[in-house]
Write a protein that binds this ligand. Structure first.
Ligand code: DGJ
Length: 749
């Protein structure tokens, strides 16, 4: 429900040695859904202030929360005397240049070289449901979606009359979910062009700084490690300047109360629906107030806005929880499963796949692949995914990206004969592409060197001996998509792994005009989205899995196009525990690509039990990445049992509530988690021992999320207890060997 309340704020203050009374008309516009309240205030001068974001609050006058009566008071004798006011109020969408010296959301450079912007509210409107984000000339901007009865949207319009610029701030609140999404669109209504130097998606302010900031950081094969640090004076941020959301930092941040645990305390979670450069920044001002801003990274960003042109910021998802960090995560999971992920695979169990990458790398031919598929199908595996190396003359990672033509030395007669044979085994067939890349040693690069991202006259930095294609150029997109189509139309390909294996460098485009070169970062991402959108629209049955050297683009922008993302190249079960834990802070298990791989592990050299690798891979889409014809007989024989387990528990994992019971970042001796059905009729619990210790007692782990009043049976031990007992008393897990795991199934009796 969106409502408006007008009121007069009256207060007495010392003014030039005398106590005087002041009053000001304000309007509070608030959104409520029973779970949370979000409120903005409009001052009589048209400033848009932040009023409240948190647990649902009664239908009261909350205008006092704008803190207008605090020193200094603005509408005093001199109405222009508002410098300190600007630098200390709680703003919804701060601009640069009029005296707010904290981080702004908007910064505009006009033709005179001036960079001041002053936005005042001109009105607002409400919309049932959630309109798609739009920008002229852009075919798709990923964002959450909702039917008319699932959400309400507030669009506040502000204007800078001097620049003739309007800003539309969009807020959506979802029915029953403690979530607000935000975006901002700026439009040039004037006769002059100007540059948008920064357009962030949103800002939230608090009149205190008693928060810890949680972020997800890492590197290749060690993505999304959790960091939790108390806020302090000044700024703390994570960002990406790499052109992808990156291994190093995820476009996620949470501000949580110092006492917040999995089960209690306040948590504000933020996640940007974007796959390129981002910034998430918290700033504690000398007042002790906190400003949090997030959006496209303003670093090296500049966007020319000609008359009548517009620019739309990506969507910022904001989740509130007063029941701890676990509840925050479960809200993200519900939102993404119900309102972000799309397509025919959204609510379906995914086929159990076998991927040949770690089995063969580039060294395969049709017979080798067929042998893997045949044994795999006998064990119940449902899809063969042919990874890198099937095209051009690619026998190593030094050539042929861009030449998406089957290498007939490996696969005679093209893909069709192989795919037909795989299908005859009763298996689906999936294929790897890296559509955004070109190798210097490729027919494509020889024909079109200008299609690579580059600065003419400068050396081009290679990474994995490849360059990045200029996806801001429609010709490039058309060409690459045409090649993908030709392959898809040549055989029954039902799954694509879309990989992206390097960050951008020498970011310049031969097709963009000089004035628009700094737009390339963002235009590149929009170009990638356009091709993914065409692909998933033209081939709606395709299961698309995103990947970026493992998990360098695990973000909500990608989830809009692909229901699953390869979580990490690190498939070692013990490392994966941490990676999956960090990823779970805002992404659901239904989206996490997880495979059982070979041992010793190809990255770490560690050996873990086959059963543990299986139990850890259950937290995801489940598959295998090993040469099934060569693993120990005992492991091969265990595959049908693992698949049966996956089929039994996947509905719970995919649709249920995820409770993190351990924390491998704080205690690396074990981890435990559970998934509980939405109707609380059953749950699956998993425990993984990391290094065992001598002379240690068994562990007692408290279960979560059960119905306290119902009786649950532990199907593995036969114990029967009240949900309340399992949650307060816990389950006892005896000593396990190093890296051993256990799962337990709990059902209502
Ligand atoms: C990186 C991916 O993360 C791997 O799974 C694999 O597909 C390789 N690229 C292939 O080059």
């Amino acid at each position: 429900m969106i409502t408006e309340k007008k009121s007069t704020i009256t207060y007495r203050k010392w003014d030039n040695g005398a106590m005087r009374e002041f009053s000001e008309e304000v309007t509070v516009v608030r959104m409520d859904n029973g779970a949370i309240t979000y409120a903005c205030g409009i001052t009589q001068e048209g400033y848009l202030l932040h009023c409240y974001f948190g647990a649902a609050i009664g239908d009261d006058d909350i205008s006092y929360l704008m803190r207008l009566s605090d020193h200094p008071f603005t509408p005093n004798g001199n109405n222009r005397d508002r410098l300190i006011f600007m630098d200390s109020r709680l703003f919804e969408f701060p601009c640069h240049g009029t005296g707010d010296y904290r981080e702004p959301c908007l910064m505009v450079l006009d033709e005179d070289g001036m960079s001041t912007c002053d936005l005042r509210v001109t009105g607002y409107r409400t919309v049932k449901g959630k309109p798609a984000l739009k920008q002229k000339g852009v075919s798709v901007i990923p964002a959450t979606y909702a039917a008319k009865d699932e959400a309400e949207t507030l669009v506040i319009t502000l204007e800078d009359a001097h620049l003739d610029l309007t800003a539309e701030l969009t807020y959506t609140m979802f029915t029953g979910l403690p979530v607000v999404t935000r975006s901002a669109r700026v439009i040039n209504h004037g006769y002059n062009e100007f540059r948008i130097q920064r357009l962030l998606s949103g800002c939230v302010e608090w009149d205190h700084s008693a928060f810890d900031m949680i972020t997800l950081n890492g590197t290749w094969a060690r993505e999304r490690a959790v960091s939790r640090v108390a806020l302090h004076s000044g700024k703390q941020s994570v960002d990406s300047k790499r052109g992808i959301s990156s291994h190093q930092h995820n476009p996620f941040a949470a501000l949580v109360s110092h006492d917040a645990s999995e089960e209690s305390g306040e948590a504000y979670g933020f996640n940007l629906v974007y796959s390129g450069n981002f910034l998430a920044e918290a700033e504690v001002a000398t007042s002790g107030f906190t400003r949090f801003v997030m959006g496209i990274n303003p670093f090296d960003f500049s966007w020319l806005l000609r008359p009548e042109e517009d620019l739309t910021a990506p969507e910022l998802v904001m989740v509130y929880s007063d029941k701890g960090i676990g509840a925050m995560s479960r809200t993200f999971h519900d939102l993404y499963r119900g309102h972000l992920i799309r397509g025919q695979w959204k609510d379906k169990m995914r086929p159990v796949l076998i991927n040949n990458w770690e089995a063969t790398y580039f060294n395969f031919d049709e017979e080798k692949l067929y042998a893997i598929a045949k044994t795999a199908s006998e064990k119940g595996i449902e899809m063969l995914v042919l990874d890198d190396g099937w095209f051009g003359k690619r026998n190593y990672d030094d050539c042929s990206l861009g030449d998406w033509v089957v290498n007939e030395e490996k696969l005679k007669g093209g893909l069709k004969p192989l795919v037909d044979r795989i299908n005859a085994l009763g298996m689906k067939f999936g294929l790897w592409f890296e559509p955004e890349m070109v190798s210097p040693d490729s027919d494509l690069y020889r024909a079109h060197p200008e299609w690579a991202i580059q600065i003419i006259g400068r050396d081009m930095t290679q990474a994995r001996e490849q360059y990045v294609l200029d996806y801001s150029n429609p010709e490039v997109r058309e060409y690459v998509y045409g090649q993908i189509r030709a392959i898809l139309d040549s055989a029954n390909v039902e799954y694509i792994k879309w990989d992206m294996n390097r960050a951008l460098s020498e970011v310049g485009s031969t097709s963009l005009p000089r004035k628009r070169q700094r737009e390339l970062w963002h235009r590149y991402v929009l170009g990638v989205y356009e091709v993914m959108d065409r692909l998933t629209t033209d081939y709606p049955y395709l299961l698309l899995e995103n990947c970026s050297s493992g998990g360098a683009r695990f973000d909500p922008g990608m989830l809009y196009f692909s229901p699953q993302i390869w979580t990490s190249d690190d498939t070692d079960a013990i490392e994966r525990i941490k990676i999956q834990y960090g990823t779970s802070l805002c992404y659901p298990a239904s989206a996490m690509g997880a495979h059982v791989s070979d041992c010793p592990n190809h990255i770490l050299g560690r050996t873990t039990p086959f059963a543990t690798r299986g139990d850890v891979a259950l937290v995801g889409t489940f598959g295998y990445e090993l040469d099934v014809t060569r693993i120990p007989e005992e492991d091969r024989e265990a595959i049908p049992g693992q698949i049966a387990k996956f089929k039994k528990f996947n509905p719970l994992v995919r649709t249920g509530d995820w409770y993190r019971l351990g924390n491998p970042f704080e205690d690396d001796s074990f981890d435990a988690w559970m998934f509980v059905a939405k109707d609380r009729s059953e749950a699956v619990f998993t425990f993984v021992q990391i290094l065992n210790r001598p002379s240690t007692p068994s562990r007692r782990i408290l279960l979560r999320g059960l119905d306290p009043k119902k009786v649950y049976r532990n199907e593995d031990t036969g114990e029967i207890r009240l949900g309340e007992t399992w949650m307060k008393g816990g389950v006892i897990v005896g000593a396990q060997g190093d890296f051993a795991s256990r799962t337990m199934h709990f059902t209502v009796c």
